[in-house]
Design a binder for this molecule. Structure first.
Ligand code: AMP
Length: 395
């Protein structure tokens, strides 16, 4: 039983990320990425241990990339695949947990597509291609939204007329559920609790960013909403703005909706504020050299994050700790320190030495004695997807 293998797939419209995971282990057996699918430059890159390789797949599509993967997986796998686990961005209200994929589930994912027009159709391409190539293996869908289906109505409803919710599904859904679930479970284990115990505020800070309040393994509130644009400052996404901004831009600048969506999703966030980059590493370097835009972007990022987490604390009866994860959360001592400076009200006191000395990839606690825990935990969404896929099949 400990040797079961799961192929984890995460599809974009022209890309396919994959990882073959062995049950209960931290490192993938083989992992990689097919990019520019459908174009003459399509290619597949993969890594097994320290060995890296690639293959060009001119004009190859998702199914071609998966077919090229088959022999690579067979060469590495000691047993047949137990499952293929697919990341699906939006499960709407249909899905509160992982699902074995069948025709009905595919229809329901299609039905949620208007809520995630960029993501769900791409996820479906991957599912359909993989079901052809791995036809004898069970396929499981894991939804980014599912973990947040435990939010109470007072957290997930917008103050809008009721029929927009009841007839059109307009409510807060939340995303990054797989990551928040994984790191909060790890936080519980790391602090000597059962995996489903603890009151946590978790911050997933990557290119997309979200915060989440989790009590005893259940999401009670989160910063993203109907779409992954709500909430925190992100790489190129604005996060919260005045909802009247749309009308204002239309009236004053004559912008249409497509232009405004482009602004809020692709030109804002760290990139828009700094005028320099969406990449936090680059912004930290520029800030150190006195770049005012980089300084401002970092200041707004940290303050908004602290404000979001203090707001989410309203969902919790107590606070056992805060968790930082994602590329920025795991690697930036500066962002952790500056965010926590705004959170003293919760009694959080950082051990500055431990924060600065933290080794990349380490899961650890960095608070002073007597403070609620401050944890840095590398996220592992693929592992969570593999574990949930197997747990579903065992049920
Ligand atoms: P992710 O989407 O989780 O891969 O995170 C990407 C973000 O993490 C980018 O903004 C990177 O600049 C940031 N990041 C990665 N490493 C570091 C680092 N050492 N210091 C600051 N930011 C980092």
């Amino acid at each position: 039983m400990t040797d079961r293998l799961v192929l984890v797939i995460n599809c974009g419209s022209s890309s396919l990320k994959f990882a073959l995971r062995r049950e209960g282990t931290g490192q993938p057996v083989i992992s990689g990425l097919a990019e520019r699918l459908g174009s003459p430059e399509a290619n597949l890159q993969w890594q097994t241990g320290a060995h890296k390789d690639q293959l060009s797949l001119p004009s190859g599509n998702h199914a071609d990339a998966l077919s090229a993967l088959l022999p690579l997986i067979s060469a590495e796998a000691s047993s047949p695949l137990a499952a293929v686990g697919h990341r699906v961005v939006h499960g709407g209200e249909h899905f509160t947990q992982a699902q074995r994929i069948d025709a009905q589930v595919i229809e329901a994912i299609k039905a949620s597509a208007p809520l995630a027009p960029l993501h769900n159709p791409a996820n479906l391409i991957g599912i359909e291609a993989a079901m052809q190539v791995f036809s004898a293996t069970p396929h499981v869908a894991i939804f980014d939204t599912a973990f947040h289906q435990s939010m109470p109505a007072h957290a997930y409803r917008y103050a809008l007329p009721d029929n927009l919710y009841t007839e059109h599904g307009i409510r807060r859904y939340g995303f990054h559920g797989t990551s928040h679930q994984y790191v909060t479970r790890q936080a519980s284990l790391l602090t000597g609790r059962r995996a489903d115990q603890g009151a946590w505020l978790s911050a997933h800070l990557g290119n997309g960013c979200s915060s989440c309040a989790v009590l005893d393994g259940r999401s009670l509130d989160t910063s993203m909403g109907l779409t992954p644009l709500e909430g925190l400052v992100m790489g190129t996404r604005s996060g919260d703005v005045d909802p009247n901004l749309h009308a204002h831009l239309q009236r004053t600048l004559g912008w249409d909706l497509a232009r405004i969506e482009q602004l809020l999703n692709r030109e804002s966030g760290l990139l828009g504020l700094s005028g320099l980059s969406n990449d936090m590493r680059q912004l930290e370097q520029a800030r150190a050299q006195g770049h005012a835009g980089a300084q401002l972007a970092i200041d707004v990022f940290c303050y908004r994050l602290a404000r979001s987490m203090l707001g989410l604390a309203a969902a919790l009866p107590r606070l056992d700790g805060v968790i930082f994860t994602g590329g920025i959360g795991e690697n930036s001592a500066l962002i952790r320190a500056q965010t926590l400076e705004h959170m003293a009200l919760l009694g959080l006191r950082l051990d500055n030495q431990a924060n600065s000395n933290l080794k990349r990839g380490e899961a650890t606690q960095i608070q002073q004695h007597g403070s609620p825990a401050i944890l840095v935990i590398p996220t592992d969404e693929e592992r969570q997807i593999a574990d949930e896929s197997l747990a579903l099949l065992d049920h």
